[in-house]
Design a protein. Sequence first.
Length: 375
Amino acid sequence: MTAVNAVKLSSYDEKLVYEAVCRHFEAMEVAKDLTPDTRIALKPNLLYGKKPEACVTTNPAILKAVIRWLTERGFKSIVVAESSGGLFTAEYMRSVYSASGLRVPGIEEYLNRDFTFAPKTSPEGFEHRSFNIITPLLEADYIISLPKLKTHAMTTVSIGVKNIFGSIPGLQKPDMHRRCPKTEDFVKMLCELCETVKPALTLLDAVDSMEGNGPGGGTVRHTGLTLCSKNVYALDTAAVRFMGLDIESIPHLRAASSMGLVPGDIELTGDSFEPCSPPFKLPDAVKSTGFEDSVPKLLRRPAAFVMDKLLRSYPVVDRSKCVGCGKCAESCPQKIIKIENKKAGMDRRGCISCFCCQEMCPVHAISAKRILKTL
Ligand code: SF4
Ligand code: SF4
């Protein structure tokens, strides 16, 4: 059986979070995996620097509790490592750490200060023969991934598998989007990356989550749960069920399933939980147009198929909100965004609908619109 352990958690109160981490790590027998020499890397989701209440990033209380659990048991070789969207440099990451509330005692002393990377060969038979991985994750013996539960404009959800994308250094991430422009190819690449990086344990922060236009511009939803597993695909499956979404509608779980990575024997342990009701709101970029619902039931599936063929989601800039910061242009893999007169504009003809621009816009000036594909 592949266990996914659930612990309900009402808030980020440090004492409660620590108790939840203790329950998870006991259930997963984490101490048995470690020796005093094990080099442990903690991989939070730090999409960009944002205060914890915004739910864009893994809450610092989770990181602090995990570090406390490890240090109290004598495991001292710990580094908190992440490559956010944007640059992978000391200066940029320092600003991300500060804005995300990580420069506090109990975390600050463990923040990564090595901004190099190196290639790691992937398992035999993978399409991507190797990946450039940030050094602290590359050198770790034991990676504990700490994702945040969010929706995602391209991949529908951002959970454990998507969190591992932050092991690719800085602006090489848009390059991966350029190499895998279709969602099916991108999520397959994510599964290959995950199998290459191999997180040993995943602990999901779903105390407060993000729904709607995630992963950066959605709305906060209190969901009061944490999940933990040694199998990231099992964890993502349990989390998607918790979100009230259909597993089949999640691209990376379809890819993982076709690669034989999703275990068939997932066992839920710990606290019992029900799927969220109503289900998580989806990002505008992936939700249905509603046209399918207006036709007789029998025709809904073909109608959805036709709409999918005809329409595609593209980013649209609200010029009244745009502050001309250029973050969207910097993260666009197709280099089709230009900043003119302090406003962003794009030529949609080269757009691959990856929504990196929307993801990185600090003022949520970019939305998604479904438009005829002929553009
Ligand atoms: S414009 Fe936005 S969605 Fe289109 S390719 Fe560039 S980053 Fe991706
Ligand atoms: S990231 Fe947002 S605010 Fe900055 S230039 Fe692009 S659209 Fe404008």
